[in-house]
Design a protein around this ligand. Structure first.
Ligand code: C5P
Length: 232
């Protein structure tokens, strides 16, 4: 599994996003498009970024009945994205249907990654609001194992969970980890952060990096620094 840096393009619209991507010379980073940008601009933004030679992680976190997710995934596969995701909380059957929908007639498909328990959910909320017993990391692992059993490629998780996910689901099961900051950078609203080097040593396969690159005075230099520290 090739390690890579994914740049989170958390911009409100196409204009800001394309202006940001214009700042790159020869580098063509893997980019993450989230709900805000996709809902604002629709499939066109995916096509435009794809045409510029970027790979795309479409972060729409689908969660619905299996048949609906299958049909929605078929649409995303036709958009030619490289990676997309869903909520493991939708259940194993939903995940299996999603894979079927995502598989193109020629047998190829984007990587399919599951969100386990959102990092915004605390132990207290999980237990007392959602009514899920046990400890939060156990739920994360249970959901990751369900995703692996359904045939998915990996999970989004904290870099702190990457090692245990690999231990539970196999070394080839992909971990996509946000919450990355340079050693001399500002953590911002992220509570538990790791440097690209730490994420590498703990076994993350892909790191998702937003503001340390999008808000840098020279985004391409910041991106290349990330690649040096994480991949090389
Ligand atoms: O700017 P920053 O590097 O914090 O951006 C991280 C990206 O990863 C954002 O798009 C954020 O929504 C996403 N993410 C996260 N934590 C999670 C899941 C996704 O930061 N648990």
């Amino acid at each position: 599994m090739g390690k890579d840096v994914i740049v989170a393009c958390d911009f409100a619209g196409a204009r800001e996003t394309l202006a940001f991507l214009d700042k790159f010379g020869s580098a063509r980073p893997f980019v993450k498009i989230g709900m805000e940008l996709y809902y604002a601009e629709g499939p066109e933004i995916v096509k435009k970024i794809k045409e510029r030679g970027h790979r795309i992680f479409l972060d729409l976190k689908l969660h619905d009945i299996p048949n609906t997710v299958k049909k929605a995934m078929a649409v995303l596969a036709r958009l030619d994205v490289d990676m997309t995701n869903l909520h493991a909380g939708g259940g194993t059957e939903m995940m299996k249907y999603a894979l079927e929908g995502l598989t193109r007639p020629d047998g190829t498909r984007p990587l399919l990654i599951a969100v386990t328990m959102l990092t915004s959910i605390s132990q207290d909320v999980m237990a007392n609001e959602l009514g899920i017993g046990g400890q939060l990391p156990e739920t994360v692992i249970r959901y990751a194992k369900n995703a692996a059993a359904a045939g998915l490629d990996g999970v989004v998780c904290s870099p702190l969970e990457a090692r245990i996910v690999h231990e539970s689901c196999g070394a080839g099961f992909v971990t996509v980890t946000p919450g990355v900051r340079f050693a001399d950078g500002d953590a911002g609203d992220q509570k538990r952060v790791m440097t690209p080097e730490q994420a590498k040593s703990i076994g993350s396969d892909y790191i998702v990096v937003g503001r340390p690159i999008t808000a840098a005075p020279d985004p391409e230099a910041a991106y290349l620094r990330c690649v040096r520290e994480f991949v090389d």
